[in-house]
Structures are given as C-alpha cells and as structure tokens.
Design a protein. Structure first.
Length: 396
C-alpha cells in the first residue's frame, strides 16, 4: 500500500445517540379519537320551546296591560286631578288662660275625649273671690248712700212744698195788710182815723212783706238743697256704676279660673301640671274636634283650570287601610301658599327661576268617615278630584 493513499477516519457514534435506520420514515403524530358528547340538544330544545311559549304570553300580558291602562286613562284617568300633597286638617282650639295664677287641678289626661263645657283645669281662685267680695261690699255701701240721698231729697222736696205754701199764706197776709194800710191812710186824710192807726197798719204791711221775702228765701234754700242732693246722687250713681263694672270684671276673672272645653273633641299636647304658674295666652293644651276634620290639598297651578267647588273627590288614607272615601271640594284659597308664608318670595330683583306654585284647596270629609274615629289631623292622604262631577257640568 502506498504511503500517499488517503486515510479514512473511523466514525464513532455519539454516546447515547439513537441512529435512525436509513430506510425508516419520520413518525407522524396521530390525533386521538374524541368520542362524541352525550346528547345535550334535548335541554336546549326544551329551553327554546319554553322561551317560545313564554314570550308570546309576556307580550300578550304587556299588550293587555297597556290596553287596560289606555282604556282606564281614556274613560277615567284623563278626568282625574290627582295630588299626594294633601293632609288632614282641623280647626283646633288652643286652651290658654285669660288670667294668671297657679294651677289648682288638672282634670283631663292626654288624649282624653271631652264634651263641650267639660272642665279641663282650674286655677287657684282665692284672690279672685276676695276681689269679688270687696266689690260687692263697696256696692252695698254705696247703695245705702244712695238710699240716704234719696230720703234727704224727699225731705228737701217736702220743705220746698212747705215753703211754697207758706209763701202763699204770706202773700195773702201781705195783700190784706196793704189794703188795711190804704184804708187807714184814707181815714187819716178824711180826719176820721188817727195817725196811730195808720202807723199800725203800715207796720203790719211791713211785717207781711218781710214774711213774704222770708218765704221766698226758704223756697230758694229748699231748691238749692234739692240741687245739691241731686248732684250728690248723680256722683254716687256714677261711682256705683264704676263699682258694678269692677264687680263684673272680678266675677268674670273668677269664672276664668275654670278652663272648659269649647266643643267636643280630644285633648292633646297637654303641657301643664298641678302647681304650675300660668299666664294669659300661654298654651296649655289643644282640643281637636274629631267631627270637624277636613282635608287641605295643595294642587299645582297647572291643575286649577278644572277645579271648582262641588266636585267629588276620591280620598285614599293609609290609616284606614286605603279604603276610599268620597269627599267634596269645598273652596279654593284666594292665593298660593307662598303668598301667606312668613317670608313671601320677592322676584323683582336678581335672577328669576319659575317655580310651579301650589294653591290650597279645602275638601270636606263625609260624616260617616269621621265617625270611624281613625282620621287624625296631620295625616297625609292622596286625593283625586273627578272633574266630570263639576256642578256646572252635571247641571247641563
């Protein structure tokens, strides 16, 4: 073998290496065979069938409800004027004393039913009884004074009559004395009578004239005395009238020591106890007339066009299980609630935002509903006025 002959290196396999046979084809992965799922089409079919059954029913229900709503609106709803801004009201009487004093007795309890004239409480009347007694004593004293003046007046009138009668007698004596004096003077002139006779006749005439003047003075004195007595009586009568007024006031104040119920109702909000010092005008309790309750509903100004007194009202009250009550529109307020508020709105300045106003409407409640005793002042109600029942419409 020649030394220039190529040498071949010995090829050794890589350790742990697998040598594929020369004729082996590459191996292709085979997908596993998946078994068909169990039959699930049956529930789906059931769901689809139930859905297809319910949808028409729901549609029919909605259609029926809409039809019923439309029918109800067309036949009734469009004529109803409704608001839930409505409350039960009452013309309540606030029990307040007209005099001051300490409370002697409280005769009623909270929520007690009372009748008109029932005593609610009493105020200590000791001082007021004393005032009445003093006035009566003064009246009695002055009445006796008037009786004395009347007696003196009668005596003065008798004296006047006596003086007038005496004047008549004195006048007659004076006339007789004058005639006697004239005769005596005539006799003296004819020298038949004496001067002494004439002097005696003149003296008698002077005495008669003096007696006549005295009678006039007695008459004037009697008349003056009567005038004084009449003035005293007028003054005493005026004083007696003043004392009578004082007595009447004292008796009136004494009657005010008993506070009575002004009408039938229920006592509420009692805020007085025995021994309290009360003053005039202080609110001690409230009497609510349960048979005179009414409803005030605040309707929007946009609802007033069809609101007239006399229309029938359907009233729903939660306190009586929503049982409908039929009332009647009594009257509409002359102004909105904002006008009667403590601080009415002033829209003449600044930016203006229109706010829908509400008008109070008074609604009368039927007597049978009031007799149930379940209505209370302040309860909220829902009212619906039926505009078809307006008097102007029904009369035609």
């Amino acid at each position: 073998m020649s030394s220039n002959a190529p040498t071949t290196a010995e090829v050794r396999p890589f350790p742990n290496a697998k040598v594929a046979p020369a004729t082996e084809a590459p191996e292709i992965p085979v997908q596993p065979v998946v078994a068909p799922p169990p039959a699930a089409d049956a529930p789906a079919k059931k769901k689809r069938s139930a859905r297809s059954f319910l949808l028409p029913i729901i549609g029919l229900a909605l259609l029926g409800g809409g039809a019923w709503y439309g029918y109800d609106y067309w036949t009734t709803g469009r004529f109803m004027i409704t608001t839930d801004d409505a409350y039960v009201q009452a013309d309540m009487a606030f029990v307040s004393p007209k005099i001051s004093g300490y409370v002697d007795q409280v005769k009623v309890s909270e929520n007690q039913v009372v009748k008109a004239g029932d005593p609610l409480l009493t105020i200590d009347d000791g001082d007021y009884k004393i005032a009445v007694g003093q006035a009566e004593a003064q009246i009695a004293t002055l009445s006796k004074t008037l009786d004395r003046i009347d007696a003196q007046t009668k005596a003065a009138q008798a004296s006047l009559q006596q003086a007038q009668a005496q004047k008549v007698a004195d006048q007659a004596a004076a006339d007789n004395a004058a005639r006697a004096q004239q005769r005596a003077a005539q006799l003296v002139k004819t020298h038949v009578g004496t001067q002494a006779q004439l002097d005696d006749a003149q003296t008698a005439l002077d005495q008669a004239n003096a007696a006549l003047v005295g009678a006039d003075a007695q008459i004037a004195a009697a008349q003056a005395n009567i005038g004084v007595l009449e003035a005293q009586r007028a003054e005493s009568a005026s004083t007696l009238a003043s004392l009578q007024l004082s007595h009447d006031k004292a008796a009136r104040d004494l009657s005010f020591t008993v506070l009575k119920a002004p009408y039938d109702g229920i006592v509420g909000n009692r805020s007085v106890e025995q021994g309290d010092l009360v003053s005039p005008g202080q609110k001690l309790a409230v009497v609510v007339p349960m048979d005179k309750l009414y409803i005030v509903a605040n309707f929007k100004e946009t609802q007033l066009a069809r609101l007239v007194p006399g229309e029938k009202v359907n009233i729903s009250v939660d306190a009586i299980d929503g049982k409908p009550i039929q009332g009647t529109v009594s009257s509409l307020a002359p102004a909105s609630g904002a006008v009667f508020s403590l601080l009415p709105p002033e829209n003449a300045t600044g930016n203006f935002t229109k706010v829908v106003q509400r008008i109070p409407v008074r609604i009368d409640v039927p007597a049978d509903a009031l007799k149930t005793g379940k209505l209370r002042a302040g309860l909220s109600v829902v009212v619906a006025v039926d505009s078809r029942t307006a008097p102007s419409t029904t009369s035609n």
